[in-house]
Design a protein around this ligand. Sequence first.
Ligand SMILES: [Zn+2]
Length: 169
Amino acid sequence: MDSTTISTVVQTISSISSLLGTAISARDETKRSEAINAIYTKLTEANGHALQAQSELSNALKRVDELSREIEKHNSWKADIARYRMKDFGDETFAWVLRDDTSDGVPPHKICPTCVSSHKISVLQSEGLNRYAQKRYKCSVCKNEINLGPRGKNHGNQTTATMNYKPDY
Ligand SMILES: [Zn+2]
């Protein structure tokens, strides 16, 4: 809320108080009537300023609520991703893996680096080996296919490579 709105309301109320003093102490009926009319005018102004202040306060509270939810979401994400670490599987191929000390009974798994950059945790599903004997994974959320591990010679036959597949966390 804009602080000038509040100070305008305070000034208007102060002005009303002063006019009220004039109206009460005026002996002349014309001066008293002028002071009462001025009070009505100031009351109308004060009401307008108060409504504006109420609107600004409502908007400020909405923004505070939005920011609180963003902070909560961010803190939740930080706690979730802290359970993982990025691992180099060789030849600069990377994925995030569940840390041993934070597994809490959850089986070892890898999560998609593309989804991590969008603050999502998506478990990678194994799809065996590619023809270069790299482990192949697919993200069920973003559908990215990821090859992990050093690239071997071209086997040309995925079935033979898949037979030698051993999970490695
Ligand atoms: Zn993904």
